[in-house]
Design a protein around this ligand. Structure first.
Ligand code: UD2
Length: 297
């Protein structure tokens, strides 16, 4: 694993000529540090697949379904089988306290699921933030020789359209639908200097969603390890960041810029309708009544 990452393109493949003008003038398609922001119409999937198919990669996916969140798993997996990294090797790692309730979902060729029995908690905040250390350990103990890329995804979400190799990169974050186009002063970053997740009002690029973290194994390992250590410091100081590990993720991405950003196509909120810049909804949050699914609403 961790093979060649050169962007080798096979000979003799006809593709459309790249345009020299911006194909999406309605949205920003690069960050100030020149990382691409992936939108429909900004890439040629034939080119991308020709590059990544011959790298023979494996993509690990972590998903947590603790307590009543097990109810989201069937739709998540079935829709992932239809839309997520189709044609690539995918290995799902499912963390759950209810292995007996894992639904049977037929997986495509080259795709597999490993169930990891995990203790739950009576605090949803704890369940959400402890994902960082669990992913850290998984990468160290299991994945080193088994995967090239990893995506850590929220289970209470569903795929609706293609999500493929255009999303691969060294370190990948997603723009949170709720804060797309809003002033950074309104971002729900952690604002108390006592927390390790603190971001001052005059700083911040984007608000990243905690529901999607991706990238090459070593880069994501560094991210989850750093966030886990910051969470440990906060815990010792009896402070919990406003949005738990999502706050720490936002702090990390501010000072360790992601190399690729996924547009809100990759984490939409369907209650927001479909603005004209949303040419596709690939992945969106499932509407949930918090009181029904959380251990402590
Ligand atoms: C936001 C983020 C989420 C996380 C959280 C932190 C988005 C769209 N969502 O969502 O990623 O950063 O804030 O507060 O960016 N879980 C269980 N069982 C539980 C509770 C949670 O398995 O009882 C897992 C499950 O995989 C779920 C994830 O933790 O997808 C995040 O929890 P959430 O979806 O309830 O968090 P939410 O909606 O506040």
């Amino acid at each position: 694993k961790h093979g060649n990452t050169d962007l080798i393109f096979p000979t003799g493949i006809a593709c459309a000529q790249p345009s020299v003008s911006n194909s999406r003038p309605d949205v920003s398609t690069t960050t100030p540090w020149l990382a691409p922001i992936v939108w429909e119409g900004t890439y040629d999937l034939t080119v991308i697949d020709n590059i990544y198919k011959q790298q023979n990669i494996t993509v690990a996916v972590t998903v947590f379904a603790l307590g009543k969140y097990i109810r989201f798993l069937k739709d998540f997996l079935e829709s992932a089988e239809q839309h997520f990294m189709v044609g690539y090797r995918v290995h799902y790692y499912l963390f759950t306290d209810r292995p007996d309730e894992v639904p049977t979902v037929t997986l495509g060729e080259g795709r597999q699921l490993t169930v990891i029995k995990t203790e739950t908690s009576n605090r949803w905040q704890e369940i959400s933030l402890r994902r960082m250390e669990r992913i850290e350990k998984l990468i160290e103990k299991e994945l080193i020789d088994k995967a090239d890329y990893i995506f850590c995804l929220d289970v209470d979400s569903k795929f609706h359209a293609h999500w493929g190799a255009e999303s691969l990169g060294d370190l990948v974050g997603v723009l949170h639908a709720g804060f797309f186009g809003t002033s950074r002063k309104q971002f729900t970053y952690e604002r108390r200097p006592e927390s390790q997740a603190f971001i001052p009002l005059q700083e911040g690029d984007y608000y990243y969603g905690g529901a999607v973290i991706g990238g090459r194994l070593d880069k994501v390992h560094k991210l989850v390890k750093t966030c886990r250590m910051q969470l440990d410091v906060d815990r010792a100081n009896h402070i919990e960041a406003a949005w738990q590990e999502e706050s720490h993720l936002n702090k990390y991405f501010l000072y360790n810029k992601p190399s690729k950003l996924l547009s809100p196509e990759y984490l939409w909120d369907d209650t927001k309708g479909k603005p004209s810049y949303m040419k596709a909804v690939r992945f969106s949050q499932v509407f949930k009544k918090y009181a029904e699914v959380r251990p402590n609403p």
